[in-house]
Design a protein around this ligand. Structure first.
Ligand code: NDP
Ligand code: 8X3
Length: 248
């Protein structure tokens, strides 16, 4: 049985990926900060299939302690799903909070890079897979995207560049680039405004976390010769806008 480590397993896409991979016959190490959610997942999936790791992905010492304490059955990691991430703020750059920008960079970029660096030797040994959660925001700028969009562009390009470096190792790397998926993402982005989140998704029929999890399971279930470089997906009701033109 193969083992995946999924960061940000306590909600949304990460939780759905955990469920999909466990249903698909994998063991999962799930990380997050919220202990009660990790406990509930352990109770649901059982300790033989799910191992909870509680730490902030920005805290390398806490991460390393959790990895050092992995039970024997979870020690050989075959897949890393770098999913933990967030957006903070919807306003323009000129009114944005710098602390929020730094939190996005620390979480979406620095922690993802550090986690990847930490697990690369194990993934090379297992000829495993890395699946990184980027976004359509990586390729299509929108007002208020600023640092979030930049962080996801980093994730996309880092994923593709990793592939170049890992050529010959057998390790696969994929960038998953979703549009609107209804999760806790917009509640977090708006500082806890559930009504803003409900309004954003109202009438859209947004993607579900399970839609993305199905893609991730498919990607990691391809024959070893197949690397899916990137997958971009949107709800049918989300599309592109024309350039905006300001007339002064
Ligand atoms: P959620 O807010 O529902 O889930 C985010 C997850 O990340 C939670 O499990 C949270 O766990 C974890 N997380 C966040 N910050 C930290 C941290 N500092 N340390 C540890 N864990 C952390 O959002 P989504 O499921 O929507 O987002 C998952 C990924 O998908 C993100 O990278 C996001 O950018 C990306 N994405 C989302 C889209 C969407 O429309 N929803 C579209 C495109 C990409 P906890 O709070 O317990 O620590
Ligand atoms: C977030 C995707 O479309 O909500 O990564 O900006 S979108």
């Amino acid at each position: 049985m193969k083992t995946a480590l999924i960061t940000g397993a306590t909600s949304g896409i990460g939780e759905a990926c955990t469920r999909a991979l466990i249903d698909g016959g994998w063991r999962v190490i799930g990380t997050g900060r919220r202990a009660e959610r990790l406990d509930a997942m352990t109770a649901e999936f059982g300790a033989e299939r799910f191992h909870p790791c509680r730490f902030d992905v920005r805290d390398e010492a806490a991460r390393d302690a959790a990895l050092d304490a992995l039970p024997e059955a979870f020690r050989q990691i075959d897949c890393l799903v770098n999913n933990a991430g967030l957006a903070l703020g919807t306003g323009p750059a000129q009114t944005a909070d710098l602390a929020g920008w730094k939190t996005m960079i620390d979480t979406n970029i620095t922690a993802l890079v550090s986690f990847t660096h930490k697990l690369l030797p194990a993934l090379i040994e297992s000829r495993g897979s890395i699946v990184n959660l980027s976004s359509v925001a990586a390729s299509y700028p929108y007002p208020g995207g600023n640092v979030y969009a930049g962080s996801k562009a980093f994730v996309r390009q880092f994923s593709l560049a990793l592939r170049s470096d890992l050529s010959g190792t057998g390790v696969r790397v994929t960038s998953i680039e979703p549009g609107m998926v209804e999760t806790e993402f917009t509640v977090i982005r708006t500082g806890g405004d559930q009504s803003a989140s409900d309004a954003l998704y109202a009438g859209v029929d947004p993607l579900t976390p399970a839609d993305i999890a199905e893609m991730v399971l498919w990607v990691v279930s391809r024959p070893a010769r197949v690397n899916i470089n990137a997958m971009e997906v949107m709800p049918v009701n989300q599309a592109f806008s024309p350039f905006q033109v300001y007339r002064g």
